[in-house]
Design a protein around this ligand. Structure first.
Ligand code: BGC
Length: 454
């Protein structure tokens, strides 16, 4: 493994080149999601998915990172790393466990969490929907139900009225593209449908309408609020031929750009505009763009793979990558992906936050390299004039990784879920140094220059 500097080393100490500074007020954060960290979540559609045996590793979320009872030790760790922002999500299924029944105790706990962050000088970014919602909402058809946007708006009003004094940065949705693709095309998330591209497009459109309703409601209740969403972005790298390039372009346009285009133009591009055109008012409805960027997938044309838009998606063995999932590699760790994503999002002319970036890497083999090179790329982009306001690493502490269960470990801090014991990985010290200095030390750039062998 490459050397990791001690926590307090000064970036400019014995190097001739200056550190790479970031703008004052830049946010150095970590991202989390309710279902993955809180534990004992019983009322969401994901609880049903988990209990019906759909977690490929066979794991159970159980207490997860125990945040519902005891998040504060992790907040202390975040604080000790010099992190100044933390992204969390709210569990709608706790707040409205049955339709029209609101649970004040759940909001009280979220207040405690957000006050705990404020006491430590950590700014929250709060996401209203990170893949999970109440069982009753799923049972009535989820986002495809005609009432979805009024129910989502009502939920939004409820939480912003209760918590708005503690938060001004809101995300409506985490990754509408992943939610729709995994739930309706790949069958990996509830409701577990496969090949339903039309349904996936209608879900994205419905989430855009919910986004708009929430955007307006939040601004009405809290005029100074900043409202955005988190867009998952993957670089699709064509293997060689013109048809490979065509498929990669199709996947890019469909997966990466659909929601961005909705916000930019208020409509889907052809041919998806034929499936659902009802999103005109969404145009311009965001104050910033959040980007979740993990890396690159490779694509070859495959005429048989209609369900995945004729793409055979794979990860070559020789590229830098973290640990594999239960039945497939996770993806190539590709720091330059952040450049492609930022350029794509810049078309909206709004401030940009990288709200997730990381790698599953239990042994911390390549995480330090990834962090240094992504941060270096962000520094160049800011110098080129891109308005990037923060970087949030996924994630603070190993957490429950959806269908992979505990198999994939993304934490700066290792967690043993059985004992709840935490052990910081070397990356935690490295990230702390960058965050505390608001700069990247040249010796880190030098040490982590070459791409590691996977
Ligand atoms: C999701 C997270 C997930 C992470 C790592 C992101 O797409 O928002 O919930 O844990 O990827 O796979």
């Amino acid at each position: 493994m490459l050397p990791v500097p001690p926590v307090n080393s000064s970036p400019a100490s014995d190097s001739s080149s200056p550190p790479l500074p970031f703008p004052p007020g830049f946010l150095w954060g970590v991202s989390t999601a309710s279902y993955q960290v809180e534990g004992f979540n019983h009322n969401s559609q994901w609880a049903d998915w988990e209990h019906s045996g759909r977690i490929k590793s066979g794991d159970r979320s159980g207490a997860a990172c125990d945040w519902w009872i005891n998040a504060e030790p992790d907040f202390d760790l975040a604080n000790s790393l010099g992190i100044n922002a933390l992204r969390l999500s709210l569990e709608w299924s706790r707040i409205e466990p049955e339709k029209d029944r609101w649970d004040p105790a759940a909001l009280h706990r979220y207040r405690e969490l957000m006050e705990g962050l404020a006491r430590r000088g950590i700014r929250p970014i709060v996401c209203l929907h990170h893949f999970t919602h109440p069982r009753w909402f799923e049972q009535q058809g989820g986002f495809l139900h005609p009432e979805a946007s009024s129910l989502f708006e009502r939920y939004t009003r409820h939480v912003v009225s209760a918590l708005g004094d503690l938060c001004r940065s809101w995300l409506t949705f985490n990754e509408p593209n992943v939610y729709a693709a995994f739930g309706y095309v790949l069958g990996e998330f509830p409701p577990g449908q496969t090949g339903q591209i039309g349904a996936a497009i209608r879900v994205i459109s419905a989430q855009a309408r919910c986004h708009l309703a929430a955007y307006r409601a939040i601004h009405e209740l809290q005029p100074e609020a900043q409202v955005g969403w988190a867009q998952h972005f993957v670089v699709f790298e064509p293997v060689a031929t013109m048809v490979d390039r065509w498929v990669a372009g199709l996947l890019h346009g469909t997966f990466n750009e659909t929601f961005i285009r909705l916000l930019e133009h208020g409509r889907f591009d052809f041919p998806f505009n034929l499936l659902d055109g009802n999103a005109a008012d969404v145009k311009g409805a965001c104050d910033f763009v959040g980007l979740n960027v993990y890396g690159r997938l490779h694509v070859a044309f495959d005429a048989r793979n209609v369900g995945q838009l004729f793409g055979r998606i794979f990860v070559p063995g020789h590229v830098p990558q973290g640990d594999p999932g239960v039945d497939r590699p996770y993806g190539e760790a590709y720091p330059q992906a952040v450049r492609v994503a930022v350029k794509g999002a810049a078309q909206l002319r709004k401030p940009i936050y990288v709200l997730e970036n990381g790698v599953p890497d239990a042994q911390d083999r390549i995480r330090p390299w990834l962090i240094v090179n992504v941060v270096k790329e962000l520094h160049s982009l800011i110098r080129e004039g891109y308005d990037i306001r923060g970087y949030f690493h996924w994630t603070l502490t190993d957490n429950f990784e959806w269908t992979e269960g505990w198999k994939l470990r993304f934490g700066l801090i290792q967690l043993d879920p059985a004992t709840q014991r935490r052990t910081p990985r070397p990356s935690a010290r490295l990230y702390a140094e960058i965050a505390r200095n608001n700069a990247l030390a040249p010796e880190l750039v030098e040490a982590y220059g070459p791409a590691p062998n996977s």
